[in-house]
Ligand binder design. Sequence first.
Ligand code: T6T
Length: 327
Amino acid sequence: MRKTSLMAMAAGLVLALASQGAEAAEKLKIGFLPGVVDPFYQVMQLGVEKAAKDLGVDVVTQIPPTWGVEAQTPLLDAMVARGDLNYIITAPTDKDQMVGPLQAAVDHGIKVITVDTFLGDGDYVKGPVKFPISYIGSDNTEGGRIAARGLAKAIGGKGTVYINSTNPNVSSVEGREKGFKEEMAKDFPDVKVLGPDYNLDDANKATQQTAAVLAREPNLAGAFGTNVFSAQGAGTAVVNAGLGGHVQVVAYDATKQAIELMDKGVVSLVLAQKPFDMGYMAVMFAAADAAGVTSLPRRVETGFAIIDKENVKDPAVARFIYRVPGK
Ligand code: T6T
């Protein structure tokens, strides 16, 4: 969704909140708990903060230094213990293990919106987990299919490709792996898929893992990095091995580094998610819920910008590269 139309919706919401009386707007306090420190969530935070400013709500942000339930749960527990939050906007770092801690937040009267990753199977109407107001994020299975088509095209429809990913049981990357494998099996029978290896969201580990695959598979044609650190590691290993342009890399997440690797001919396709929109919309949803809206969609797909060498200079596309002022 374009930022301008988000702003227009927010303006309507401000009026709705105002008509409820200033008190309701003043009372709203939101906790923002993303997955980890990375450019994707930093851009999401910009969206959260912009919406909070536009809508006149308070936000408290806690960002786990590393990916995982062990790092995220204590921060969540501390948010709940504050006792002053009405909503928590979060990216659960495990689709099953974060159900209990987030259910505890709900039991303390805090409403939950998940962004980027979901709980259970992501179907908050009919699935096993129903308490979040909504999931706002990418259709990651579709993103995996797009990545597969892009990589298959880049390698001429045949050869061996490799997936480097972060962790099992994370809805986002799991969807990407699934979509990628399904699409290759369906439409590209001459492409063999290796992996995934799990790097635990560590770019150095992703580099080592990809280097090991390059060493034992001299004919490797391509690699798919399923997020910022996976793509960074895969790209770096290809560069270190002097195989830029010979081994094609598809990168999920539009970091500056992924774009630089595309300029060097190492990365052939970059999938930009819309983290700003995810953050902005999540705050809007919280405000709308607080204003009494009872028909909010339980799932919102925010879409992609698909970036390649041909369109990377087009401002309509380049605006989706993850840019964090001062970083
Ligand atoms: O790819 C994003 C996010 O969508 C995923 O859930 C976790 O990794 C990132 O934050 C990128 O590092």
